[in-house]
Design a protein around this ligand. Sequence first.
Ligand code: NAP
Length: 290
Amino acid sequence: MLLLDGKIIRETKAVELRSAVRELGFTPTLAIVQTGSSGRSREYIAAKQKFAEEIGAAVELVGFGNDVSTDEVLYEIQRLNADPSINGIIVQLPVSRDIDRRVVLEAVDPSKDVDGLTAHSLRSLLENDPQGFVPATAKGILLLLDYYHVVIEGKQVAIVGRSLLVGKTAALAFLNRNATVTVCHRFTNDLPQATKQADILVVAVGKSNLVGREHVSPGQVVVDVGINVSDGEKLAEEIPAPRVVGDVDFAAVKDIVAAISPVPGGVGPMTVLALFENLLEAARRQIGTL
Ligand code: NAP
């Protein structure tokens, strides 16, 4: 079984991105708009800040409390849109309770939409038009497969999960790479039948152990996008050790499939990498060198 190791790719690509940043001649800057302060959001933001530092990019964090209104966030996004020193803007998801997610995502200037979630970028994805930005998670999944030379064209791809953030946008990204795509969800009648026939299985649900032995087949490539915090095993001192797991029962399927991405260390680092590749692309477009 081949382990699709995202951490190795992130390290290799960080070197390339660092020299690309040097060539740019200025510090590309990503603004992160954070509403509320869940522990997981803080971790995701910290991972982005760390990677930015590694490659010589900058992050401007604009943080709001849980009680922020949509209008206040919109005002800030408009300021960031108008600021020429900001090359990319993302709204950290999930947004806090009172925020209209679609309205704030849509407020981001398409030329700075490095998460690829404005209608402009989504339309580009629908039309397979390179003008928009490919959403970071979908792009990250493709970066992972491309690094390991997994052929996508002509292959059967099954995706479990149909959120805009992951499942649907990944489905379009695979379609644009000439795969034949099946999208599964809670109403899929026979999930094992749908997932077993795929050459590439992508799971993005948010439920640990959703995919087990009965869902996979020999020779398959499995990409586990899920991030779930399990209670973990009890330590000797009876202290629970929380740990991050994916949606796939890794131990149960690892001896059946040809390749699988681990959680953590698979798609997660790829999403961060994809985001900063988009940031560089945005910066180059803004100065007219792309
Ligand atoms: P989401 O919006 O909650 O969507 C979950 C999807 O899973 C829905 O489409 C849902 O179907 C489907 N689903 C739920 N139960 C199912 C079942 N029993 N069988 C089949 N499908 C089922 O979640 P999301 O934002 O897409 O995120 C999914 C997971 O990926 C989460 O764990 C998230 O943390 C993780 N994630 C990871 C990264 C990364 O970089 N690694 C990035 C983004 C998200 P319905 O539509 O029918 O309800």
